[in-house]
Write a protein that binds this ligand. Sequence first.
Ligand code: SAH
Ligand code: SF4
Length: 393
Amino acid sequence: MTETSTTPAPEKINLVGLSREELAAAVAAVGEKPFRTKQLWHWIYHQGATDFARMTTLARPLQAKLAEVFEVRKPAVSREQTSEDRTRKWLMKFADGNEAETVYIPEDDRGAVCISSQVGCTLTCTFCHTGTQKLVRNLTSAEIVGQFMVARDSYGEWPTPKDGGRLISNIVMMGMGEPLFNYDNVSRALKIIMDGEGIALSKRRITLSTSGVVPMMERCGEDLGVNLAVSLHAVTDELRDVLVPINRKYPLKELIRACRDYPGANNARRITFEYVMLKGVNDSEADARQLLRLIKGIPAKFNLIPFNAWPGAPYECSTPEAMDKFVKILNDGGFSSPIRQPRGRDIMAACGQLKSASERAREQERLKRMAARVEALAPAGADARAPNAAGNA
Ligand code: SAH
Ligand code: SF4
């Protein structure tokens, strides 16, 4: 550490991401009455105010007092990109310099924001780009709620519009990371988002996707009651062990039992089974039939995801013919099984393509160094460049 002559100002406490109880404690700690908690909550999560001076129901001296110790801080946006299909992606930069991506997927008059729960992911699903990223930490509840708030800033959706009149109408916890490995922060963030006096998004409009962290699934259903999506991707343990390695810890039998027992699942609120279509790997007609047998009796729906390629990925997307046959079998089994239209592919915003820009840059550097080494080794005149070494990440 370098020494400086001036003492740095103490860090302010960020009010974003505090639960109601924590906010109340913060309010009490500065000697203010409990009703201030409700006022602050309204300004931050209903009005979207970040500047205490804008909080006009608070007297000036109180605004100044709060601003001295507190702040309302959202993640910084290092980059915003909008795809040809209107999908929008933000690269969020957090206070420690770490980054994660957030995506908004628009439908006609509504849409879902896809939120990250970790920087990278400790799991190593072999078809997922995020899974190849090394740097991992859990996002804080402030960083999770903050992603949603930044999306709202971008679409000018403050104050909170009435349900039904919102462009950002849904949340899917399907960005970078495994949300059930960061349950405390995810649940605190989602409870803030669901609170009726602020952002007020109903649990019915929130879907959490898990790779199958079996011991946390029941708690998630009981505590949050959000919709559950499960990344199934294979119908045998042998294959799922490879595609979704957490399967070695929580094999299919246990995963399916946890789905059967998921609190609140019924025919009106089905569990979504996500299934990435990988050419020649998991897309046969026999796979489709086994899939139906596997989920028999569970209130289920399917989300078939065409594989989104990334540089160096060891798989290809199934052919349209294979996907059609697969879908037909599910249809005949009584499921509508839509194939998810890939969105935002041109800006690398599609499922499984998320990765922080700095990580991509590191990868680029690594490939360049490799190319240079190969070139140095090559006999003079020979054209021996490393395959895929340039401009690919
Ligand atoms: N970690 C959680 C949530 C994030 S991933 C989970 O695994 O469920 C969101 C979805 O995208 C998952 O179903 C995941 O399996 C899928 N996915 C990952 N990489 C993909 C790729 N390259 N193409 C298509 N879908 C992918
Ligand atoms: Fe992690 Fe989900 Fe990607 Fe698997 S698919 S590596 S759990 S983000």
